[in-house]
Design a protein around this ligand. Sequence first.
Ligand code: HEM
Length: 416
Amino acid sequence: MLTLWLATVFLLSLFLVRRLRSPVAKLPGPWYTKFTSLVLKYHEFTSNRRLYIHELHRKYGVAVRIAPNEASFASLEAIREIYASGGSGYDKTELYDLFRQFGIKTMFSTLDKYNHSQRKRELADRYAMTNILRAEHISAIEDRAKAFVSRCLAQRESVDIYVWLHCFALDGVTNFMFSSGGLRSLDLDKDFEIMEELTYHQSLQKNLLQYYLPNLAPYFPSRLIPRRAPKTNEYVLKMAAQQAPTQHSLVGKLARQDSPLNHAQIAAECKDHMAAGIDTTGDGLCFLMWELSQPRNRRFQEKLHEELWCAAKDTPLDRLPYLDAVVKEGLRCAPPIPMSFPRYVPGGGRTIDGHFVPEGTIVSCQPYTVHRLDDAIFPNPDTFNPDRWMQEKGAAERNRLFFAFSTGGRGCTGRK
Ligand code: HEM
């Protein structure tokens, strides 16, 4: 019995010494994060991770330890190191395995830089501004925008724009990806069902269980398995098998004759981009329209209206500075992906914003905090104020800290 006690005390001491001597323990942060990740996990499972981390940053500054093997940063220096050093920054963590589609790795869910850049090469030109601005893509967006407005006008009283903006995003993204095969969920019930399938679900806790208990996941009862999307799957598999897809669409590039991707890989890639584009665009626009509708923001709405009203009809959308400011401010206040984008520190460890962090530590930045922490750059950070983007003073600093699309080689391909 005594031997068992001694062994337990020895192992416990070893554990404590190791934790205390780790360079991560030297980062600022609450004492308990030196020993356990349970508090962080509690906040993850109660959907509060982002606000918990934000509060820690407010208390401890730009670098904070959030678990024995995990740290969060909120500075330009850290963003550049983690997400852009060597072009694409550090490798992703296994959290991204949850984003495989049909069980297949996509560009987004590929963890390492080499395989990611190989895949990106296959499709990057589809997301270049020159392709996005092609008449066929622009006219599809215009058509869907008109359908959205008609939907709103058809309601006599209030309008649930959350629903119709998610339809707008789904129609826009699928028309870009599949051109003539794009959806019309703003007009057709059967396409509307695909929007519901993709948008209305709360799978966070179920996804986290799969991430933390991957070996047990195959034995989970059905109520613990994230919701499936059979109608979406059927649609995407059909679109990926098109014999003659429109030339400038995403599928047109992925399914070209000499493509190294097979049908399942093409379908997985397309489903991933569809998922990536819907909630982000729908949520972002919904927040923006809500802010603009508030009486306190009337002056911003009027300025935007004036810019659009006075502009020549053929003014390219990216030459309207106030529109740009309004969109950026919406994404700054409510980034559609507000939480950490986790990465592993590479072999040998790295110095991040002056702190040495050992290899294998999980590090990240979260847009919600990056857009708020430094109130010299973003004064009154919680206030929606597009005018801040119109000031010349501090413009470079503001733009450098704009992190809604992440940055570097693994930043959002769909941002344009
Ligand atoms: C307001 C709208 C959007 C926002 C805020 C947004 C944000 C982001 C962010 C933050 C990432 C990186 C996430 C990470 O590293 O964990 C990302 C990646 C990605 N996004 Fe977006 N996104 C938006 C719209 C779109 C659209 C419309 C598409 C496609 C049609 C798209 C396609 C992608 C893809 C394919 C990736 C993976 C890039 C890669 O791994 O190289 N996004 N997005």
